[in-house]
Design a protein around this ligand. Sequence first.
Ligand SMILES: Cc1cc2nc3c(=O)[nH]c(=O)nc-3n(C[C@H](O)[C@H](O)[C@H](O)COP(=O)(O)O)c2cc1C
Length: 254
Amino acid sequence: MIFYFSATGNSKHVAELLSAAIGDSRPTDMRTLSGSGRHIEINENESIGFVFPVHSWGMPKTLPEVIAGIKFKGYNPEKSYCYMVCSCGDDCGLTFRQWSKAAERAGLKASAGYSVFMPNTYVLLPGFDTDDSSLTEKKLNAAPKRIEEIAAMIRCRAIGDHTYHGRFSRMKSGLIYPVFIKTITDKPFHADNDKCVKCGKCRTACPTGNITTENGLPKWNGHCINCLACYHYCPAKCIDFGKMTRRKGQYHFK
Ligand SMILES: Cc1cc2nc3c(=O)[nH]c(=O)nc-3n(C[C@H](O)[C@H](O)[C@H](O)COP(=O)(O)O)c2cc1C
């Protein structure tokens, strides 16, 4: 059983390749879990996987609560295998540790963590941009092999943290991540009304349902997680975050 969260399609792609590689059923989008849908019945020796993107060397805002809120009926910590796979542009910091705690809050025993490099989507700070086309292609070409490796480790129920931490992981996850989460805002988001083609893709792409449209134009409603799906999926590139994204690239998995 694989659950995924994805803003711009990378993690969804990873989840789909992984489920095919380990012969699992179709992965479940965690966005569809609400109310009684959070009560999941599993076989006691079934494996449970979570696939999601890294946001500021940790988990996307609200995802720990979503995971902690799932109730697994029939789960047996001695027989089941619970793992995470995160997709990241560069490095994950201590995301595995954070996920392990969320899994524990859901009553799960965290067994292993893995990471896959995918094209970068973070563009909200100076010096951060999408990857150029050759790096994008390189990452997309390398991902299936990495996912095969992960699938092989999952099949033999490997234990431990196999994610790529990168440098200064404690500082990034311990100090920068909490600041990132606290300062998340959608106030700077705006659409250029002259360029907007009123397609509504920003609204449908938003994983938190934070965008409504008025006369076809987007409005952000204050419960954003800064995943940037609205920005990256806009076919007119008319959405910006203040001035920060004006000259930045766009990317979503196709
Ligand atoms: C807000 C935000 C923060 C990010 N932080 C990191 C990070 O700390 N490390 C990293 O390697 N990639 C980071 N990324 C890049 C994404 O993790 C990466 O592109 C991921 O594959 C996107 O997955 P998705 O398409 O499923 O949303 C960040 C992206 C966003 C939008």
